[in-house]
Design a binder for this molecule. Structure first.
Ligand code: PHE
Length: 380
C-alpha cells in the first residue's frame, strides 16, 4: 500500500504540485500555429530573423504556461524565397497540420500568394511585416501588425525633401515585387505633391544582377538622390554598380533594405545611404531593451532587427487573441484579432483597425561607417 500512498500525498506538497501542473500542461494537446517564411534562398535574412523572433515568443509563452491551459506548437515551413512555394506550404499547414492560425510572410508578394488560401479556409493569418496595402484586402481573415506603404512611401518622400534637400530624384523600382511597385507609387504621389521632380524612372526585376543600363540612364538625368524601393539582395548590388559608374549621390529606400547583407555586400557603396523601417534597437524603451536582452541570450549575441521584433509581436498578438477568444476555433480567433486594441509590443502599440492593419511609427536609419544609425522617428 505504501508505494501507492506516497505519490498521492506528494500531490499536495507544493514543489510536486508545481511539477504536476507542468506535466498537465505538457500532457494537454498542443495548439498548432503555422508559420511560413523564407528560411533559405534569396531573402533568407528576412525569414531567418522573423522566425527567430516568432520562435522566441512561442518559447516564452510556453514557459509562462501556454494559453487556455495548453502549450503552443509552432509548425514552420521554408518557402526558400521562391514564388509558388508559400501557396503549397500554407495548404499543407492547413489541411495536414490543422493549424488554428498562420504567421507569415515578411515579403508582400509571398503574403499575397498565401492569403487567398487562408481566407478560403477561414484560417486567420497575420503577416508580421508585409506592408503592401493589398495583403489585408484579400479578406476578413487577413491581418498585419505593421504599418502600410502609403504611410512609409509618404514618410520617405517627406524625408527626401526635408532631410536630403533633394528636389530631383531618380527612382529604380522592382516590377516583379508587389512591395516595390506599391512603395514606388506612394513615394511618387507625395514627392510630386511636395514639388519634387522624378528625373528618371527605371525598372528592374527580382533576381537581376546587372543594373548598369538603368544606372547609366540615371546618371545622365543628374539626380540629387536615388530612391530604390527594393530588397537588400538587389539594393546592395545596385549601390556598388552605381558607385562604379561614378554616381555618388545618396541612395535611400524602405524596410526591404534591412539586412546585415546590405552592408556585407554593399560595403562602402552603401555608406551615407538611408532607409525607413519599423524599429530601432537603439530605442531607449524598456520593451525594446528587454526583448534585445532575451534575443541575444538565445541567439548567440545577435542583435534583433525589425523583422525579428515584428515576428515576435505577431505571435504575442495572436496568442493574446486566442486568450480573449477563450477558444481555438479559427472564427473566434479572427473576431478577437479584429478587436485587438492597445496591445503593447516591441514595435509599439498594436491597434487593429477596420481594414485589419496596424498603424505604427517608422524610423529612419542611416548606414554610417559600417553601422546602422538611428536618424529620426516618424509618427503615424
Ligand atoms: N515590408 C516588406 C514587404 O512588404 C518586407 C520587409 C519588412 C522587409 C520588414 C524588411 C523589413 O515586402
Amino acid at each position: 500500500m505504501t508505494h501507492l500512498r506516497l505519490p498521492l500525498l506528494a500531490l499536495f506538497s507544493p514543489g510536486l504540485f508545481w511539477l504536476t501542473g507542468l506535466s498537465l500542461l505538457q500532457a494537454a494537446e498542443p495548439i498548432k500555429i503555422g508559420e511560413f517564411a523564407s528560411l533559405t534562398g534569396k531573402e533568407a535574412a528576412f525569414g531567418q530573423s522573423s522566425h527567430k523572433g516568432t520562435a522566441l515568443a512561442i518559447e516564452e509563452l510556453n514557459a509562462a504556461g501556454g494559453v487556455l491551459g495548453r502549450p503552443l506548437q509552432l509548425v514552420f515551413e521554408d518557402n526558400q524565397s521562391k514564388s509558388g512555394e508559400s501557396a503549397t506550404i500554407v495548404k499543407k499547414l492547413i489541411s495536414r497540420d490543422k493549424v488554428v492560425a498562420l504567421l507569415g510572410e515578411v515579403a508582400s508578394s509571398r503574403s499575397l500568394e498565401a492569403a487567398p488560401l487562408a481566407q478560403a479556409a477561414k484560417i486567420p493569418m497575420i503577416s508580421p511585416s508585409s506592408t503592401n496595402p493589398k495583403v489585408t484586402m484579400v479578406g476578413d481573415y487577413i491581418f498585419r501588425v505593421c504599418f502600410i506603404d502609403p504611410f512609409q512611401g509618404t514618410a520617405l518622400a517627406k524625408f527626401a525633401v526635408a532631410h536630403l534637400k533633394a528636389r530631383r530624384v531618380a527612382v529604380l523600382t522592382s516590377v516583379s515585387s508587389a512591395y516595390s511597385v506599391g512603395l514606388s507609387k506612394y513615394f511618387h504621389e507625395q514627392f510630386l505633391k511636395d514639388g519634387g521632380e522624378i528625373v528618371a524612372d527605371l525598372k528592374y526585376s527580382e533576381g537581376d544582377k546587372d543594373f548598369k543600363a538603368q544606372l547609366t540612364a540615371i546618371r545622365a538625368a543628374k539626380p540629387e538622390a536615388i530612391f530604390i524601393p527594393g530588397y537588400y539582395t538587389e539594393v546592395a548590388l545596385i549601390a556598388r554598380q552605381a558607385r562604379d559608374l561614378g554616381l555618388d549621390v545618396p541612395m535611400f529606400g524602405g524596410d526591404g533594405w534591412e539586412a546585415p547583407e546590405l552592408m556585407t555586400i554593399g560595403g562602402a557603396a552603401v555608406n551615407g545611404c538611408f532607409y525607413s523601417t519599423h524599429y530601432s534597437s537603439e530605442a531607449p524603451v524598456a520593451a525594446v531593451q528587454t526583448f534585445i536582452k532575451k534575443f541575444r541570450a538565445k541567439y548567440d549575441n545577435e542583435t534583433p532587427d525589425a523583422m525579428a521584433a515584428l515576428g515576435s509581436d505577431s505571435a504575442f498578438v495572436l496568442v493574446d487573441a486566442i486568450k480573449r477568444a477563450g477558444s481555438v476555433e479559427p472564427a473566434k480567433i479572427r473576431d478577437a484579432l479584429a478587436a485587438t486594441k492597445g496591445f503593447e509590443g516591441v514595435t509599439g502599440r498594436t491597434d487593429i483597425d477596420a481594414h485589419r492593419n496596424a498603424s505604427k511609427a517608422a524610423v529612419i536609419i542611416e548606414v554610417k561607417d559600417g553601422k546602422f544609425v538611428f536618424v529620426e522617428s516618424v509618427a503615424p
